[in-house]
Design a binder for this molecule. Structure first.
Ligand code: ATP
Ligand code: MG
Length: 397
């Protein structure tokens, strides 16, 4: 990979999206350019349904690997390849010289490789050889130059991909990228982001379907410490690596929680608190142009996530609530949290507001009537307005 001088990236599902395709692609290009920006100076352009990423300056050793990591996080891309674009002319002699040079370089980095095959694509039909001829000639030239290698078309240790364009392109790796749809192609959702394991994963999953993400965190200082808030900011930061620019709204929830504690029967505290959170989240969602709420809930996981409790929380909002983890096991969620790099932060042991105020024996199957009765003494509109207005907003890029 060290000698690669450009990156080839492939788009996935968007190729299916017919008329909207142009819009999806420009969203993707925007996210990709933004992700590459902090890494270095790259030229990014689209050609023949691929995306090309070229370092503008004389590439440093890290320029390509870093850009690859940045590109792999972009939703809408299925794979990326570090590639060598030959300086040789696109003629048959240049093709063979370039192929041998590429394979020699590959073997230096992968000395254990014993078998290979060649796959070719002739993008420029003026080139005199058709694809099968290109494969055969490159294979022969490589075998002659590298006697330790043999051809294995079924299970080769590596594949030499050759593409003929204005220049000739060689690569051997197709590294998987984030897949999904480009951010911004599926509207915008307000993620209820706690410091836990689930909600960052839920945000990631909706973002992977193209949703732009905005986040809200309910902070109950001093019952939850500033370290708990820092933890949520770190999680939001990590999410923004995938989702792009992200606003995190931290609601000062302390007075509201205290009011709930005074006015709500203890065993209904959890469900009422969640109903209040949802009302505030919806208020913020409308203010910031979101069409849906997103949570990390999974049915049956804890008292507040029984079907009955979910019915009670849904009843306070007219927005759809997306719960991508609703039928997911914790183990699977943890695995994804590890993969996207939120797990280590999520397990830091700082209390969250739900654990501070939670009842010993919450009602696990509250009815809607019970929930409404438990809220009888609350000034709900005022509390919601208070929550929506007592917000500190962080911009994460
Ligand atoms: P998580 O791991 O995401 O915290 P959890 O399994 O701990 O989830 P709960 O604490 O009951 O479950 O929270 C359920 C969902 O409610 C969370 O996934 C999150 O979307 C939202 N939520 C909980 N607490 C907060 C908070 N303090 N601020 C914002 N959202 C929250
Ligand atoms: Mg939690």
């Amino acid at each position: 990979m060290t000698s690669a001088n450009l990156i080839l990236a492939r788009m996935g599902e968007i190729t299916l999206k017919g008329l909207n395709r142009g819009k999806f692609e420009s969203r993707l290009m925007k996210t990709l350019r933004r992700n590459l920006h902090p890494v270095g100076n790259y030229e990014v352009f689209q050609s023949q349904s691929r995306i090309w990423i070229k370092p503008k300056d004389e590439p440093s050793r890290e320029a390509i690997p870093q850009a690859i990591e940045a590109a792999r996080m972009v939703f809408g891309l299925v794979s990326v390849s570090p590639a060598v674009s030959s300086l040789q002319p696109a003629d048959t002699a240049g093709l063979l010289t370039g192929a041998v040079a590429f394979v020699r370089d590959y073997l230096q980095q992968h000395p254990a490789a014993r078998t290979f095959k060649v796959e070719a694509k002739r993008g420029d039909k003026r080139f005199p050889w058709a694809s099968p001829q290109i494969c055969a000639a490159c294979g022969e030239a490589v075998l002659e130059a590298c006697p330790t290698l043999q051809v294995d078309v079924h299970q080769p240790d590596f594949t030499l991909f050759v593409e003929i364009r204005e220049s000739i392109l060689y690569y051997s790796e197709k590294l998987p990228a984030a897949k999904g749809l480009p951010i911004g192609s599926s509207g915008k959702g307000m993620l209820l982001l706690s410091g836990g394991i689930d909600s960052p994963v839920a945000g990631y999953m909706m973002a992977s379907r193209g949703m732009e993400i905005e986040a809200v965190y309910f902070h109950t200082f001093p019952y939850t410490s500033d370290r708990a808030k820092e933890k949520v900011i770190t999680l939001a930061q990590r999410l923004s690596d995938y989702c792009g620019r992200l606003f995190l709204h931290v609601v000062d929830f302390t007075d509201i929680q205290m009011e709930l504690r005074r006015q709500v029967p203890e065993d209904m505290m959890t469900v009422v608190m969640r109903r209040v959170m949802f009302r505030i989240a919806e208020g913020l969602a409308r203010q910031y142009g979101c069409q849906a709420l997103i949570t990390g809930e999974s049915v049956g996981q804890v008292a507040s996530q029984t079907t009955e409790a979910l019915v009670c929380t849904d009843a306070v909002t007219s927005m759809p609530v997306f719960r991508p983890l609703i039928g997911t096991d914790k183990d699977a969620t943890i695995e994804l949290a590890r993969r996207i790099g939120t797990f280590e932060t999520s397990i830091l042991p700082y209390e969250d507001c739900c654990t501070v105020f939670v009842a010993k024996h919450p009602k696990t199957r509250p009815s809607l009537t019970q929930a409404e009765e438990a809220e009888a003494k609350l000034e709900l509109d005022a509390l919601t307005r208070e929550g929506v207005s007592k917000v500190e907003t962080f911009r994460l890029v």
